[in-house]
Design a binder for this molecule. Structure first.
Ligand code: HSE
Length: 313
C-alpha cells in the first residue's frame, strides 16, 4: 500500500447529441490530474489547485466542501478509508465550464488516486458512484455522461434509470471525434435549469429512434446511419439559441465532411464525428468559422476509443 498516488482522467463529450444525460464519449489529449497523499489528520483536504501553466488556479476553490475532486474523494474515503485522511493536489487540464466534463475529470481523477491508497482498492467500475457525488455537486443532477466515459474510456451508455450500472458500447471503426472549445463558459447547472421540462410525443419518438439507430450504427460501423441519427432535436435547439457561433461552426463541420455535429455537453464546446482522415481539415474549418465571430478557440481530435482514467507512476 502506497502513501501517494497520481491519477489522470480525460475530458469527455456529454450527451453525444443523441443521448441527453445518458451517453458519453471519452476524449484524448485533455484531462485532469490529481495526486492523493495520505495524511495523519482525518478528512480530505486540498493542498493546491493549479492550471496547465502550473500557476495557482484563479477560479477554483481549495475548500474541500466546494470542489468536485474532494467531494468525490471524501465519498470514497468515508466509506472505505482507514484512519487518517488524504491531501489532494489538483492539476486542471480541462477548461472550466467548457462542456468537456471538467468537473467530472477532477472527480474521477481524485477517486482513482484515492482508491489506490486504500488497503483493498475497489474495481474501477465500482468507483462510479463516488465520482458521481462530485459531479452532483457541480451540476446539480445525477447524470453520468461525463463521469462514466472519463472513468472507463470509450463510448458509454449510462441511462440515469440504470445507474450505477453502465454499458460500454462498440465504437465504429475509422471514426474520430473533433471538439472545438470557444473561449467562453457555460454553467451547466444554469443551463439545465433553463430547459423545458417536457417535450412532445413526436419529439420523444424521434429522439428515441435516433438514439437506438446511433447505438446500432456504431456497432456495425454504418457511417451513413451515424450521419442520419447523430442529432438532438430536443435539447440542442433550446441551448444553441444563446450561442451565435454555433450554426456557422456546425455548417463548417458538415461542409468539411462531418457525420454529425452538436453541442458537447451543455456547451459552449461543439463536437463532430467524422472519418479519421477528415478530422484535421474538419478541426481547422470549425476553428476558422468560430474565429469569424472573433472568438478564440482550441480544438482536439480524438479516437472514439480514448482510454479512461489511469494511475500514473
Ligand atoms: N448531460 C448534461 C447536460 C451534462 O447536458 O446538462 C453535460 O455535460
Amino acid at each position: 500500500m502506497s502513501d501517494t498516488a497520481t491519477a489522470f482522467a480525460p475530458a469527455s463529450i456529454g450527451n453525444v447529441a443523441v443521448g441527453f444525460d445518458m451517453l458519453g464519449l471519452a476524449l484524448e489529449g485533455a484531462g485532469d490530474r490529481v495526486t492523493a497523499t495520505r495524511r495523519d489528520a482525518a478528512g480530505i483536504t486540498i493542498a493546491e489547485v493549479r492550471d496547465l501553466d502550473g500557476e495557482p488556479h484563479r477560479d477554483l476553490p481549495t475548500r474541500a466542501d466546494e470542489n468536485t475532486a474532494s467531494i468525490a474523494a471524501r465519498a470514497l474515503w468515508d466509506e472505505h478509508g482507514e484512519s487518517g485522511g488524504v491531501e489532494l493536489r489538483i492539476f486542471k487540464g480541462v477548461p472550466l465550464q467548457s462542456g468537456m466534463g471538467s468537473s467530472a475529470a477532477s472527480a474521477v481523477a481524485a477517486t482513482v488516486a484515492v482508491n489506490a491508497l486504500l488497503e483493498s482498492p475497489l474495481e474501477t467500475t465500482d468507483l462510479l458512484p463516488y465520482a458521481l457525488e462530485g459531479e452532483k455537486y457541480a451540476s446539480g443532477g445525477t447524470h453520468a455522461d461525463n463521469v462514466a466515459p472519463s472513468l472507463l474510456g470509450g463510448l458509454i451508455l449510462c441511462p440515469p434509470a440504470l445507474l450505477p450500472e453502465v454499458i460500454r458500447l462498440s465504437v465504429p471503426e475509422g471514426v474520430s471525434s473533433v471538439v472545438l472549445h470557444p473561449d467562453l463558459q457555460v454553467n451547466t447547472e444554469q443551463a439545465r435549469r433553463g430547459l423545458a421540462d417536457a417535450c412532445s410525443m413526436e419529439q420523444w419518438l424521434t429522439q428515441q429512434g435516433y438514439l437506438a439507430g446511433f447505438v446500432a450504427a456504431c456497432a456495425s460501423s454504418d457511417l451513413a446511419m451515424i450521419g442520419r441519427t447523430l442529432k438532438d432535436i430536443v435539447i440542442e435547439p433550446q441551448r444553441t439559441a444563446a450561442l451565435p457561433y454555433f450554426e456557422a461552426v456546425r455548417d463548417a463541420a458538415i461542409g468539411a465532411g462531418a457525420l454529425g455535429c452538436s453541442l458537447s455537453g451543455s456547451g459552449p464546446s461543439i463536437f463532430a464525428l467524422c472519418d479519421d482522415q477528415q478530422a484535421p481539415e474538419l478541426a481547422s474549418a470549425m476553428a476558422q468559422a468560430c474565429r469569424g465571430f472573433k472568438i478564440e478557440c482550441q480544438t482536439w481530435i480524438s479516437s472514439m476509443s480514448a482510454p479512461g482514467a489511469r494511475l500514473e507512476t
